[in-house]
Ligand binder design. Structure first.
Ligand code: COA
Length: 253
């Protein structure tokens, strides 16, 4: 099992647990996370969700072998269903990040509520260097958070963000020493046990409501182009280069 789900103390924890592949997310893992979110939303004993990775890695993003062999096909694809469930989750979602959060690893944080990170955490959206485009509303949310010029460094050039930058630019809530991140994130999630659940739910909905339609539209527009990009010769070259552990050659494109 590569997604471990546990519930206790009012918190449903989703642990991404595929360390040998740097927590790369497969179709089965997206499906398991979708099921876990759906169950947590329906469970009255759950006040908040907590998403965690492994020590030193949150997730290296979508499994690149899956991208080549079983590319997402639209709104029914496991990754789309996962991101829709996360974006629509009406309970607070807390994330703890102690290492690399790449691609959807960073994108999913834009749809969480509280994000606690270690000093070593790194956030990257290297879509362009994979021949792809941003996904799940990051092309909308990132410029909104940090302005076009900063977002262009992150999305067009694919420059990573340090932990401090992630806080300054509004992606993360706070930086903590690595040993403290998980316990702190859990404590924050557990604080919702003593808050009125209706006010929490309505406040989260209000905080998101201004962007909700735009987010859905952006997700659909990105998905259409992302699907085409996945089949492009540029993406093929990028994926082959990754697995051959060489630099991609984009001189032909
Ligand atoms: N998909 C599939 N396999 C992946 C993966 C991914 N996204 N990320 C890492 N892996 C695999 C590697 O192929 C390697 O497998 P192997 O041991 O069988 O050769 C293993 O995980 C370890 O990865 P490695 O690159 O050696 O680890 P690292 O510590 O040197 O680097 C990362 C970690 C996350 C920086 C690096 O793995 C990386 O850049 N991954 C790809 C990120 C990416 O482009 N994601 C998609 C965004 S849309």
């Amino acid at each position: 099992m590569t997604i471990n789900t546990t519930t206790g103390g009012g918190v449903a924890t989703l642990e991404i647990a595929r360390p040998e592949k740097k927590n790369a997310l497969t179709l089965a893992m997206y499906a398991a996370m979708t099921d876990a979110i759906t169950a947590a939303v329906a469970d009255d004993a759950v006040r908040a969700l907590l998403i965690v990775g492994q020590p030193g890695v949150f997730t290296s993003g979508n499994d690149l072998a899956d991208f080549m062999q079983q590319p997402p096909t639209g709104e029914e694809s496991p990754v789309f269903r996962f991101m829709q469930a996360l974006a629509a989750c009406d309970k607070p979602v807390v994330a703890a990040v102690t290492g690399a959060a790449v691609g959807i690893g960073t994108t999913m944080l834009l749809h969480c509520d509280l994000v606690y990170v270690s000093e070593e955490a790194r956030f990257a959206m290297p879509f362009v260097s994979l021949g792809l485009v941003p996904e799940f509303a990051s092309s909308l949310l990132l410029p909104q958070l940090m302005g076009h010029a900063k977002a262009a460094e992150k999305l067009l050039l694919g420059d990573p963000l340090t932990a401090a930058e992630a806080v300054d630019l509004g992606i993360a809530s706070a930086v903590l020493p690595a040993v403290d991140v998980l316990a702190h994130a859990r404590r924050m999630a557990e604080r919702f046990n003593s808050l009125p659940r209706g006010a929490v739910r309505d406040t989260k909905r209000l905080m998101r409501s201004g962007f909700k339609d735009g987010i859905l539209r952006a997700m659909q527009a990105e998905a259409a182009i992302f699907g085409e990009r996945l089949r492009s010769p540029e993406a093929k070259e990028a994926f082959e280069a990754f697995f051959a552990r060489r630099k991609p050659d984009f001189s032909r494109f």
